[in-house]
Design a protein around this ligand. Structure first.
Ligand code: SF4
Ligand code: SF4
Length: 352
């Protein structure tokens, strides 16, 4: 077979020798302390993975520092997870404690396994994208600082996976998170007709709108937006700089809860909106951190052991959740509100 020069190298080449030798034969793992997993193979081989949280935006100097640590304790084998954790893969059991001591001395925090909060998976829209409604990493830093006690311990009812997407296109996997933070715009795009006339492909712009809110305006060689149909997604701004969507006064954050991708115990589920708007109060987003802490603490106080956030809410009923969380409820917060007849209680989403 020809070896081509495009595409990433095969992942197997980068696995530590102990993983290659025991491929497909790992029997079980245990968690001797938060952030440390001990994997045991059929033949008795043991591998430790030590998980460290990072803020995602890291410098080259930081990466070098991490690689030097990996060279010393794990023959250079480590991996970055999708949640921006670093996992040091230690095949020499005697090196686990010295590695933990070095990480601690360097201020690198170990945690995020088992019944804890893992690092928040998030987007980085303000660095590379057109439509962010909030600064993803800033919010994540504020929320993780506030919930740190649940990162380096395992006192939650179950694992807590959070996601942040900086706009409702949700490339931050927020749609299936126990708690999701989503940046939201709340006003339609402001059209710059001059920019449209000078350099926008109008058919592509019209086609970019998922709700059909944009129509050509041939008289003015521009477009019009039907504001009743607009859902403020910002797709049109990706297509043309003439459709500016940013609105500092009205952009902010929505909170969704109850999603999960796992099919353990119950089927995977989508997150559902419980707080439609919180203000963008950089640099520490106190309203967002307080709202999330309140939901987490309610879950801790009321869930059964092993129950994910969505499983707990499904058991007690969404109406009860809103009551306990003291959150105002509107028909816009349930997916099928047009089918609920005289009262929200006829919605399939409510249980009594
Ligand atoms: Fe861009 Fe939206 Fe993805 Fe953020 S969530 S990176 S703004 S598409
Ligand atoms: Fe259409 Fe989204 Fe643009 Fe509104 S913001 S006009 S829904 S593409």
């Amino acid at each position: 077979m020809a070896i081509l020069d495009q595409g990433p190298p095969h992942y197997k080449k980068m696995l530590p020798p102990i993983v290659q030798e025991n491929y497909g034969q790992w029997k079980y793992h245990e968690i001797p302390r938060p952030g440390v997993l001990r994997h045991v193979a059929e033949g008795g081989a043991v591998l430790h993975s030590v998980r460290v949280g990072t803020p995602r935006l890291v410098s080259i100097d930081f990466i070098r520092e991490v690689c030097v640590i990996a060279d010393e304790y794990c023959d250079g084998y480590l991996r970055w997870t999708t949640r921006n954790n670093i996992e040091f893969l230690v095949s020499d059991e005697a090196k686990v404690e010295p590695l933990l001591a070095e990480l601690d001395a360097k201020g690198l925090r170990v945690g995020g396994t088992g019944r804890s909060i893992s690092n928040i998976v998030h987007t980085q829209g303000w660095v590379h994208c057109h439509t962010p409604a909030t600064d993803a990493s800033g919010v994540v830093k504020a929320v993780m600082d506030d919930l740190y006690e649940y990162f380096n311990s395992m006192k939650l009812p179950a694992k807590l996976k959070m996601g942040l997407a900086c706009c409702l296109n949700m490339c931050g996997a927020a749609h299936c998170s126990d708690i999701a933070i989503v940046g939201v715009h709340r006003t339609p795009p402001r059209i710059n007709h001059d920019v449209i006339r000078k350099g926008t492909e109008i058919p592509s712009l019209v086609a970019s709108c998922p709700t059909g809110a944009i129509r050509p305006d041939p008289k003015n060689k521009s477009v019009v937006v039907n504001e009743d149909k607009c859902m403020y997604c910002g797709n049109c701004y990706t297509m043309s700089p003439a459709m500016e969507i940013y609105d500092p006064k009205n952009d902010g954050i929505a909170i969704l809860i109850g999603g999960k991708t796992s099919n353990a115990r119950t089927a995977p589920s989508f997150s559902r909106m419980v707080i439609p708007f919180l203000p963008n109060t950089a640099p520490r987003w106190p309203e967002t951190t307080a709202a999330i802490r309140k939901i987490v603490e309610l879950w801790i106080a009321n869930a059964r052991k092993g129950e994910r956030v969505g499983e707990w809410v499904e058991r007690i009923g969404w109406e009860k959740f809103f009551e306990l969380a003291e959150l105002p409820f509107s028909e816009m917060l349930i997916d099928d509100y047009i089918f609920s007849r005289e009262t929200f209680r006829t919605s399939a989403q409510f249980k009594f």
